[in-house]
Design a protein around this ligand. Structure first.
Ligand code: F6R
Length: 606
């Protein structure tokens, strides 16, 4: 959701900016633009649409030439996607790119109109640009400080002042921004992916720190102008991790990366055959004392939480409440000091999940972030953080991040169950061993792609689909359904199989294909009964089950068989056919798999 890049150095700035923006494309956007100092003046180019539209515009009109500038991909919030609403915004004296939402922009706009300012766009960003111009005194730091005092909301800003043609200024509150530290060149970016090609070293900009970036120096100061000495971070992702590496889409690459991602995530957290989460600060003593657990997240991450709930409650007998973050933050939840609130987030920047974290902290509960992006806001502000090591997830549709989130939830469930005395050490070790075997089994499951391609070819013309399952299969089917919807644009719903006959079965006809997940041995008979019910109403049924299960043609039209493991761990294996089915259906429909319409990878606004 909105991407920012900035560059100062010897390279052709427009090229660096456009290349950087391409690496941020995955965040989702609908327009883009750059501003570059050209002969001491700020030259701006922007365009609605994809970066190719900006590139072809620049090809026709000539791209701005220079070595210092800022760029932006916009995901519309205030005002439709259009050339005029695209960033950069400002005037000849001050030009900015912005990520975030300015809450009091109407008041600021009215004030500035009163001061004689005119506005071209419908954006909140333009008010900040004009406010900076209004305050401009010749001293950028003083100007930015005054702006900070007046503006409410979230922002990461890249700023150019005409009088400083060799400098990019930056400031942030809530929205993320990093400063890339190169040799004779420096960068700003929304995350590390645009800088990896040039450097792995970066600073994390904290709230209301102001960065002054020149080709051979980076200075960070407080709004009062006091210099701050920052720790240099080093990215552990390499540039290849953010490339397609021969795959047609990032999503397919990321589905195939799951065995390695899980292994990298769990290996350091297993010691002598037992889960070991102490390193992150989560001790056995703490686990023993938690009364209840809340898991708060959005979308796929929330679905990982649902699987976690089943497993924790089953093994540890501790009550777990799973909440959608946007609901949790407004429902005045009954959190107490003895509770643990777990926030799951790939990006670590999701606005609602972050708001839930703040609320949980205010109420005195311990907070645990399960986060993929190092140094992200949720990671930094949680009391305890467990990083998932999925590497960069570029495709908007989450796949490998889901698997690693599940893996951590499993380790946590095993350790908690052991800490609470609900399972023996032997059982804990046995479960941990099975989890450690998952990557190998997953390699086997990844081999069923042709079967999933075939199923996808049967779904491609459907208008609506039903996913059904019971227990953990139901939790997983929610994720399968979301995956299909978001990338193939086919409507689908997931339903607890036993609940169908209380209403939803009336929708079932021969035009409504059904995907049933039946991996839980204790619920198999029950799920098969539900499969028979929908088949009897004409539905074409595809069943995902374990290899030992026999289901006749009269019961299901097509089967997808996967290796059998401990029931509790089956979601990790069954996720793959779900992901493949969504992927191949979207490919067959000719959809933009990695960047589905209207979606952003990192949802930094409410
Ligand atoms: C779906 C998807 C989203 C995210 C959700 C939370 O494929 O990716 O549903 O899971 O937006 O994002 P994070 O995990 O970054 O908080």
């Amino acid at each position: 959701m909105c991407g920012i890049v900035g560059y100062v150095g010897k390279r052709e700035c427009a090229d660096v900016l456009v290349d950087g923006l391409k690496r941020l494309e995955y965040r989702g956007y609908d327009s883009s633009g750059i501003a570059v100092f050209q002969n001491g003046k700020i030259a701006v180019e922007k365009s609605k649409g994809k970066l190719v539209d900006l590139e072809s515009k620049m090809e026709k009109q000539g791209k701005p030439q220079g070595h210092c500038g800022i760029g932006h991909t916009r995901w519309a919030t205030h005002g439709e996607p259009s050339d005029i609403n695209s960033h950069p915004h400002g005037n000849k004296r001050v030009t900015i790119v912005h990520n975030g939402i300015i809450e009091n922009y109407r008041q600021i706009k009215e004030f500035l109109i009163g001061q004689g300012y005119g506005f071209e766009s419908e954006t909140d960003t333009e008010t900040v640009a004009k406010l900076l111009d209004y305050f401009y005194s010749g001293d950028p730091i003083e100007t930015i400080s005054k702006m900070i005092d007046k503006v409410n909301g979230s922002y990461a800003l890249g700023i150019l002042f005409r009088d400083f043609p060799d400098t990019v200024f930056a400031v942030r509150k809530e929205s993320p921004l990093i400063i890339g530290l190169g040799e004779g060149e420096n960068f700003i970016a929304s995350d590390v992916t645009p800088i990896l090609k040039y450097t792995k070293n970066y600073y994390l900009l904290e709230y209301n720190e102001i960065a002054v970036i020149k080709e051979d120096s980076v200075t960070i100061c407080t709004p009062e102008g006091k210099e701050i000495h920052k720790e240099v971070h080093t990215a552990d992702w390499d540039v290849d991790a953010a490339e397609k590496g021969g795959y047609e889409h990032f999503m397919l690459k990321e589905i195939n990366e799951q065995p390695v991602a899980i292994k990298t995530t769990i290996a350091p957290r297993i010691q002598e055959g037992m889960p070991y989460l102490e390193e992150s600060g989560l001790t056995m003593e703490m686990l023993k004392n938690y009364r209840r657990i809340f898991v708060v997240a959005c979308g796929t991450a929330m679905h990982a939480g649902l699987v976690g709930k089943y497993v924790i409650e089953k093994l540890a007998r501790v009550e777990v409440t799973v909440d959608i973050a946007s609901e949790f933050r407004y429902r005045d939840p009954l959190i107490e000091k003895e509770d643990l609130v777990i926030l799951i987030s790939q990006s670590g920047e999701t606005a609602d999940t972050y708001a839930a974290l703040k609320m949980a902290k205010e109420r005195g509960a311990d907070t645990l972030g399960i986060v993929n992006v190092k140094g992200s806001t949720i990671a930094r502000e949680s009391d305890i953080v467990i990083y998932t090591h999925a590497g960069p997830e570029i495709s908007v549709a989450s796949t490998k991040a889901y698997s690693v989130q599940l893996s951590i939830m499993y380790l946590l469930a095993f350790e908690l169950a052991y800490a609470k005395g609900a399972i023996s050490k032997e059982r804990c070790m046995e479960l941990t061993k099975q989890l450690a075997d998952i990557p190998e089994k997953l390699n086997e499951v990844l081999g069923i792609k042709e079967r999933c391609q075939f199923i996808a070819s049967r779904l491609v013309n459907a208008e609506s689909l039903l996913y059904i399952g019971r227990g953990l299969d139901y939790a997983l089917s929610m994720e399968g359904s979301l995956k299909l919807k978001e990338i193939s644009y086919i409507h689908s719903e997931s339903y607890a199989a036993g609940e169908l006959k209380h209403g939803t079965i009336s929708l079932v006809t021969e035009d409504m294909p059904v995907i049933a997940v039946a991996t839980q041995s204790n619920l198999l008979e029950k799920t098969i009964s539900n499969v028979k019910e929908v088949k009897a109403r004409g539905a074409k049924v595809n069943v995902i089950c374990t290899e030992d299960v026999e289901i006749g043609k009269d019961v299901a039209n097509h089967l997808i068989k996967i290796p059998k493991m401990e029931d509790l761990l089956m979601p990790l294996l069954a996720a793959v056919p779900m992901q493949y089915i969504a992927y191949y259906t979207a490919v067959l429909k000719g959809c933009d798999v990695d960047q589905p319409r209207n979606l952003a990878k990192s949802v930094t606004v409410e």
